[in-house]
Ligand binder design. Structure first.
Ligand code: G3P
Ligand code: MG
Length: 249
């Protein structure tokens, strides 16, 4: 008989926003630096351009992390491609582009990085982003470990499930809601991703007993990280890439 599949076959320490503490968040430069520092897992955020291309971007608007203005969802991909997404972080990153999801995945595959891809839909485009991201990830083909799609949006995850049922999914929540198990079952998720401040030993035990892994975000305190791992939390997303490094756990 083959041994049971572990609940969490992915890296335990995951660099937040593509290792966005080392370089401008959600850029290829950040992914490269994260990999060079030894991280094997990264989390990054994806939004749709106005014309439906998935790109790496955390905010709904362009101002904080690029030299553009306005909403990502109102901006054509062709325009996004010409923006500078690096200069705000440091002159050495001037000219760093807003990456298409396809480019980020290609880099992950080349460099042996596993990604937790967070889908951030704007209202009304939940199904569109779920389908689009699932398609791009599926087209890229499987690396050694399939990338994990996560979202606060049930609709986006449901659409991803319809499009590419075999891609693993994780449901993002702040505090686990009363019906967390029903939601995870419905979406056929592998994991629940919760704000670490809303987790405790008993909750982690319940989620594991139901057959799901637990990811805690965004854990920037090493004492808290140790406690969470002591409770059996499967993975931590962190900005503290020195204190909570790739071999922390
Ligand atoms: O995936 C967890 C974490 O990334 C959620 O926070 O706002 O950085 O996307 P945020
Ligand atoms: Mg995120």
């Amino acid at each position: 008989m083959s041994p049971p599949r572990p609940l969490w076959p992915y890296p335990r320490v995951i660099a937040h926003r593509g290792a966005g503490a080392l370089a401008p968040e959600n850029t290829l430069a950040a992914l490269r630096l994260g990999r060079n520092r030894g991280f094997r897992g990264v989390e990054f955020d994806v939004r749709l351009s106005g014309d439906g291309v998935p790109v790496l971007m955390h905010d709904e608007t362009l101002e904080r992390t690029t030299d553009g203005r306005g909403r990502v969802a109102d901006t054509a991909y062709e325009v996004l491609q010409r923006l500078d997404a690096g200069g705000w972080f440091g002159n050495e990153f001037l000219g760093e582009p807003v990456p298409a999801l396809a480019a980020a995945i290609a880099l992950c595959q080349q460099s042996g990085l596993w990604a937790n891809i967070e889908l951030k839909p704007c209202p009304g485009r939940e199904v569109e982003i779920g389908r689009a991201v699932a398609r791009v990830v599926q087209l890229a083909g499987a690396g050694p470990q399939p990338h994990l799609l996560s979202s606060f949006s049930i609709e986006a995850l449901e659409a991803a499930k319809q499009e590419a049922p075999r891609l693993p999914r994780g449901l993002l929540v702040e505090a686990p809601p009363g019906d967390w198990k029903a939601r995870l079952d419905q979406l056929e998720c592998v994991s629940l991703h919760a704000d670490w401040r809303h987790l405790d030993r008993e909750r982690v035990r319940q989620i594991h007993s139901a057959g799901f892994a637990v990811l805690a975000y965004t854990v920037n305190d090493s004492e808290a990280a140790l406690q969470l791992l002591g409770w059996g939390v499967d993975a931590l997303v962190t900005d503290q890439l020195d204190a909570i490094g790739p071999d922390f756990a």
